[in-house]
Write a protein that binds this ligand. Structure first.
Ligand code: ADP
Length: 539
């Protein structure tokens, strides 16, 4: 091999910050806050305050490689932690406040964090958990000075502390493979597992996210991330958006449809993204109020399957394209994104929409995918064969934090735990998570396909399908429906609606009306539903 003669310039997160400071100095960042007025500044301000924060953590004794935790919403201060902490070579652990107390304690102790930055919303939680977090030496409340009452809070005030620091920091150069973010999986099965993103993986993932076949970002976009910054880095938007010089609009925790709509209208949001539950509420709100989606052009939706009806309504009623994304914490999370191709477009709009509204996405450069059968043998890309989905690439996990063993097979593939098909056009479709597959009489039923059909039924807000024990068939599907307010939908209505859309033997044995519980990451909590209804068909 002849060695290349180009610079081995490390891919560090600080290079993104340095870039936006010169290239997009005056582009705006707007942030809602827990109980403070809307905050506005620019990338120039982000650069300065991230530098002040970097000095602060150095003074608090944080060295490269040390961990710092956050319990925070989608705000500009959290963005400053994204850049300021990682820029020094320390690691930001973005704790998920929707986990149970025990799991939050577990993750912070497992990370051995030295400092915890938290929003005021979590003040009582932090007070309660403090005695059980022995490694945390400093607590910093993400608050302005005006609302900080030193008599009541045993913490450092963020604004007062960074104001005392210089606004330039000499960002150090180090190995691009150094750890940058520690994100834990939600631990619905066992303890949460730590996924340690490196500078290299974050920068490459950020570059890939902005590409035209993925989010397709440009400097004219106004990006509002509604997936949480603490959940797989809000799908890399803080980096993909910055690399492209987008304006940022940060909604804090105010993800109700009315608050989101207000920001979309007043700030000119063109691009947003989040889990399906948020967009169910948003579409509901638009339909109820007769309002428009403003300048919104694209919504990236993922985390669980996007109902076809949702993508169709966004496009046909509001002129907004839905980009479905599939991914997981272990894949940073971008795996595939559903965007059109020329060969699909040549088939006409209807056929093209049929594909991009019903697939999780298509191959993106950087993430290799394959499907295998129970023996580990490769399955064809015929759109029919379904098998375990395996992935590999530069932003896919190799090993969980503090694990002894690699998480990969001998050829470097990571088993996602999902079951999928791949088709000749390069699109992937998830049929289920391995643990949610319904086995009926030795055959598989896709819970996602039934949910997708059911959620298109007028009056249905959320539909969840789980397999429960059946004395004859091993398992049979049951369908739990959460109705829209005021809808008087009956079981018979649902059955009539489903009939033309699913094969007969997939028809749920029971249709029930109940609230649908969600997990810490906003997904349907199938484990809880299975527990609740485990004897429903026992006879
Ligand atoms: P958790 O911590 O809840 O596991 P992740 O975000 O890491 O959170 O979950 C990843 C899983 O979410 C994937 O393995 C897949 O099962 C599911 N998922 C993500 N995106 C989609 C999608 N577009 N359609 C169907 N399932 C999805």
């Amino acid at each position: 091999m002849l060695p290349g003669l180009m610079q081995s310039f490390p891919l560090q997160i600080s290079t993104i910050l340095k870039h936006v400071e010169v290239a997009h100095h005056d582009r705006e960042i707007v942030s809602r806050l827990v109980d403070e007025p809307i905050w506005r500044y620019t990338y120039g301000g982000l650069g300065k305050r991230s530098a002040q924060l970097a000095h602060l953590i150095r003074h608090l004794g944080v060295r490269p490689g040390d961990r710092v935790s956050s319990l925070a919403w989608n705000t500009h201060r959290h963005m400053e932690l994204f850049y300021g902490v990682t820029g020094t070579g320390a690691v930001l652990h973005t704790a998920n406040p929707r986990l149970s107390d025990d799991q939050i304690i577990f993750t912070i102790n497992h990370a051995e964090s030295l400092v915890l930055f938290y929003d005021r919303t979590f003040a009582a939680l932090v007070d309660r958990l403090k005695p059980q977090m022995p490694t945390v030496k400093h607590y910093v409340l993400l608050s302005d000075e005006e609302r900080f009452d030193p008599g009541k809070v045993d913490a450092i005030c963020y604004e007062a502390a960074i104001a005392a620091e210089p606004d330039r920091f000499d960002w150090p150069t180090f190995d691009e493979n150094a750890g940058a973010f520690l994100c834990y999986t939600s631990g619905t099965t066992g303890d949460p597992k730590g996924v340690l993103y490196s500078h290299r993986s974050v920068v490459l993932h950020g570059l890939a996210g902005g590409l035209s076949g993925a989010f397709g970002l440009s400097a004219f976009d106004v990006v509002m991330p509604c997936s949480s910054l603490y959940h797989a880095n809000a799908w890399g938007l803080p980096f993909a958006g910055a690399i492209n010089g987008c304006k940022f609009v940060l909604p804090c925790e105010k993800m109700d449809a009315g608050s989101l709509h207000e920001l979309i209208e007043t700030e000119g949001v063109t691009f947003t993204g989040g889990v399906p539950t948020i967009w169910t509420m948003y579409l509901d709100y638009l339909a109820r109020t007769g309002k428009s989606a403003g300048a919104l052009k694209r919504v990236v939706i993922g985390g669980s399957a996007v109902p076809r009806a949702m993508a169709q309504t966004f496009q046909t009623v509001y002129g907004v394209s839905v980009l479905q994304i599939w991914g997981m914490t272990e894949t940073s999370p971008l795996g595939v994104v559903a965007t059109p191709t020329p060969s699909l477009a040549a088939k006409g709009e209807d056929e093209m929409n049929d594909v991009i509204w019903t697939r999780q996405g298509r191959f993106q450069f950087g993430v290799e995918l394959k499907i295998v059968d129970d023996n580990g043998d490769d399955l064809p890309h015929d759109g029919e064969s379904s098998g375990a989905l395996l992935v590999r690439g530069p932003w896919v996990l190799e090993k969980y934090y503090r694990a002894q063993m690699s998480a990969l097979d001998e050829n470097g593939w990571f088993d996602t735990g999902d079951i999928a098909t791949l088709d000749p056009q390069g699109f992937m479709r998830i049929t289920d998570r391995k643990k949610d597959v319904i086995k009926s009489g030795g055959e598989w039923i896709s819970s996602i396909d039934i949910e997708n059909a059911a959620v298109a039924c007028p009056g249905v807000r959320v539909a969840a399908v789980v397999g429960v024990f059946h004395p004859k068939w091993e398992e049979r599907p049951i369908l739990i429906i959460e109705r829209h307010d005021g809808a008087d939908l009956t079981e018979a209505d649902v059955r009539v609606f489903l009939e033309p859309h699913i094969v007969k033997w997939w028809t749920p044995d029971l249709v029930l009306f109940d609230t649908v519980p969600l997990t810490a990451t906003g997904k349907i909590d199938k484990k809880q539903i299975r527990d609740r209804y485990k004897n429903a068909l026992a006879g």
